[in-house]
Design a protein around this ligand. Structure first.
Ligand code: FAD
Length: 441
């Protein structure tokens, strides 16, 4: 039955689901967000780097000051690859990026990104439902029905699956689309080859504040942000064998894993065994870091976003950024669709809009995915090439900052998405933005 309003059902109140909710709110498109957890804001200690073009997206929805407020101050990136734990390079990359684009890199806890997005969402008490686990989706001529575990049903015009790497929406969509036997049987396209610990420890070692340390040793890589007297770190190491699907680890397995990294340097004079000894084990998590790039992004009235569709390890720090820019691209399409065709666009029109969304994001997302895929394998590989690079090239050249970081500015940041329908002046640096919103100079 045709409705008098175009209503969107968003599955997942992670950062990507909440950002798309803000974007729809700005377009006056009604929506509901369904989150399986009992509360939206949960502590999860991963420190995520919001890149300048992502900070611009947050600025456009009025969250620049809030993001700065929860970010941690950081001024340098140091690589600790030396066999004795010494610093091999100190990079000014972030400073250049700020000058190039008018926005800084902001390191923020994932839980704080969620918090600022959730708390600022207009009418959030009515629009966000918790304890709302999606278990099935039914497609009908004019609407979609989303079934929850408690037996209730939400009806809408489309459903957006922003429910993360183990997306139930994706599994249901693949079953309905019947692209392949594996998809119809619900096999996950996400595969884990690497796993690691995400945790924090007090900085009892006197490591320099405001520094992001990156190190490698053996077959592992460690990334650690030192700020406010704490070390927030993530480790990555190759799994004994590739795993598909979810895997939980017991405390004893985490201890065993930590032991295997004992001799890897985290910062100058500090080994992983020292850090692990002081780590808050109650908050530490060991997780598989899946990788996967889904070919089908939509079917009928279902469309996917974020980690549900393109998932990489944390090595290049771009998973969230990729998800938010995909969300902005999808929101632009939906706003245009409703403006042009009203509350009941046909499935054919929806398919065209979803195809344009995928087309506008697939190239860049694939490039970032492929680079991350190669990078994690390079940094965790014991090889002569790595040894030569670490010993003779890095001590002399800050490869990232060459040409004031222009390569990254031109290839990744300047083409960032923007909500085309939200008037905005924004900030500008030496490298002009390729996409501009209404009102932007
Ligand atoms: C250690 C680490 C460091 C990282 N560092 C960076 C970084 O520096 N920069 C960066 O850009 N990215 C980084 N990332 C990646 C980033 O955290 C993810 O890409 C991002 O969180 C994905 O957001 P999402 O909203 O798509 O999915 P998620 O964050 O996974 O959120 C999905 C939500 O959906 C809910 N959900 C799931 N299933 C259902 C269901 N059936 N019904 C209802 N709700 C459901 C979940 O409970 C969850 O709230 C890092 C990741 C890790 C692990």
């Amino acid at each position: 039955m045709a409705s008098n309003e175009f209503r969107v059902i968003i599955v997942g109140a992670g950062p990507v689901g909440l950002y798309v909710a803000h974007s729809l709110s700005a377009a006056n498109i009604p929506f509901v967000v369904l989150e399986q957890q009992p509360s939206v804001v949960n502590y999860f200690g991963a420190m995520v780097f919001t890149w300048p073009h992502t900070v611009r997206l947050l600025d456009q929805i009025g969250l620049y000051e809030a993001a700065k407020g929860v970010s941690v101050p950081i001024h340098a990136k140091k690589r600790v690859f030396g066999g004795d734990g010494s610093v091999l390079t100190t990079s000014n990359f972030w400073e250049h990026m700020h000058q190039n684009h008018g926005y800084p890199f902001l390191p923020i806890l994932r839980s704080d990104v969620v918090k600022i997005l959730y708390e600022s969402l207009p009418n959030k008490d009515a629009c966000v439902k918790t304890n709302a686990e999606v278990v099935d989706i039914g497609l009908y001529a004019d609407e979609v029905h989303v079934h929850l575990k408690d037996g209730s049903v939400h009806k809408g015009s489309i459903v957006i699956g922003a429910d993360g790497v183990h997306s139930k929406t994706r599994t249901i969509m693949q079953r309905l689309a019947r692209d392949s036997e594996a998809a119809a049987a619900g096999e996950s396209p996400m595969v884990s080859t690497f796993y690691g610990i995400v945790a924090r420890a007090p900085n009892d070692f006197g490591l320099e504040e405001g520094v992001f340390f990156e190190s490698r040793g053996g077959d592992a890589a460690i990334q650690c942000t030192v700020t406010g007297g704490m070390l927030n770190y993530a480790t990555l190491k190759r799994l004994p064998e590739t795993v598909r699907g979810r895997r939980k680890y017991a405390a004893a397995e985490m201890e065993e894993y930590a032991k295997s990294l004992s001799d890897v340097w985290v910062g100058p004079g500090v080994k992983f065994s020292d850090v692990w000894a002081r780590t808050d084990k109650a908050l530490a998590r060991m997780l598989n870091q899946e990788e996967g790039f889904v070919d089908r992004w939509s079917y009928d009235r279902i469309v996917l976003l974020g980690d549900a569709v393109h998932k990489m390890t944390s090595i290049n720090g771009l998973g969230l950024t990729c998800g938010l820019h995909s969300a902005a691209a999808l929101a632009n399409e939906l706003q245009g669709l409703v403006a042009a065709h009203g509350a009941n666009p046909s499935v054919g029109r929806l398919a065209e809009a979803f195809a344009r969304y995928r087309e506008s994001r697939r190239g860049e997302a694939r490039q970032i995915f492929t680079r991350g895929f190669t990078m994690i394998r390079e940094v965790t590989r014991k090889s002569w090439a790595n040894w030569f690079w670490d010993s003779y090239v890095l001590p002399w050249i800050d490869t990232e900052a060459i040409g004031r970081g222009l390569f990254v500015s031109l290839m990744v940041i300047r083409s960032g998405q923007v909500l085309a329908y939200v008037p905005f002046e924004g900030k500008h640096g030496a490298v002009p933005w390729l996409r501009r919103a209404g009102g932007e100079p």
